[in-house]
Design a protein around this ligand. Structure first.
Ligand SMILES: [Zn+2]
Length: 260
């Protein structure tokens, strides 16, 4: 499969909306570039007087090269929030698309060096990509939300939380998705098992896997950290729609929770 969404696609979004979006290179690894895209109403003021919105989110996609739809969904989310002046009053988004670009081009999960990037954010496992990404995230600092977008082989979409209590934000976002599209536990009772995960409710899983980008978000002190997993077995259209809708529902839920 081709890279579902390319560097050029993200660049064209940034160029078209240069008053709210900026894209820059943060380095090169494995012969490919790594990029940061900031969506902010405060873009111009950012450097001028340090004025910032009240909450900031970091969102990454394409950590696994065989989960290309995560990038398509992120591009959709960026284009959607550009139009949402109400959200941009309160939130600023720092995004890292196409993280494992070599893997995406090859359609393989791992990096060129055959590393699982989503286990590499820990001592002894760091890779060129995870070092560059983690440095950039640490330089940006002070995020309230960390989302890492992935795809899984399961039937339904789900959110993996870092801790049980997230003020009901994941639960509220999942409530906006058709119940039949949510991943269930094995016997549809809760809490219940589903593979290696504990499901707290339909679509709401918990995991403390080490070395994931989500675990790195938590180490950086980000209070709300997640891995979002779209269902790769569904039609491409459904994968894109579900993931885009769920991420937007998450920020709508956060908006309601913190500002109303
Ligand atoms: Zn993944």
């Amino acid at each position: 499969m081709e890279v579902a969404t390319s560097v050029n696609h993200f660049q064209s979004i940034a160029d078209k909306h240069s008053n709210k979006v900026s894209m820059e290179s943060i380095g090169n690894a494995e012969g490919e570039g790594l990029f940061k895209i900031v969506i902010s109403k405060w873009q111009r003021q950012r450097q001028q007087n340090g004025r910032t919105p009240r909450m900031r989110a970091v969102i990454a996609s394409g950590v696994h090269g065989n989960e290309p739809i995560s990038n398509v969904a992120l591009a959709n989310v960026i284009e959607a929030v550009i139009k949402r002046d109400d959200l941009l009053e309160k939130f600023e988004f720092v995004t890292y698309p196409l993280v494992n670009l070599y893997g995406l081009k090859q359609g393989i999960r791992r990096t060129r060096d055959c590393k699982d990037l989503n286990r590499s954010f820990q001592d002894g496992e760091w890779t060129a990509i995870s070092r560059i990404l983690s440095k950039s995230i640490q330089e940006e600092r002070q995020f309230s939300f960390g989302l890492d977008l992935h795809g899984s082989g399961k039937q339904g979409i789900f959110i993996i939380k870092n801790q049980k209590d997230d003020d009901g934000l994941a639960f509220s976002a999942l409530a906006k998705i058709d119940h039949s599209d949510l991943q269930k536990s094995n016997n549809d009772t809760y809490p219940g098992k589903c593979g290696g995960y504990t499901m707290l409710s339909p679509g709401e899983a918990i995991s403390r896997n080490q070395g994931t980008l989500k675990s790195f978000f938590a180490k950086c002190g980000i209070p709300y950290c997640y891995t979002f997993e779209y269902p790769k077995v569904q039609s491409l259209e459904k994968q894109v729609t579900l993931m885009t809708d769920l991420v937007l529902a998450y920020f709508n839920a956060s908006d309601r929770h913190f500002f109303h």
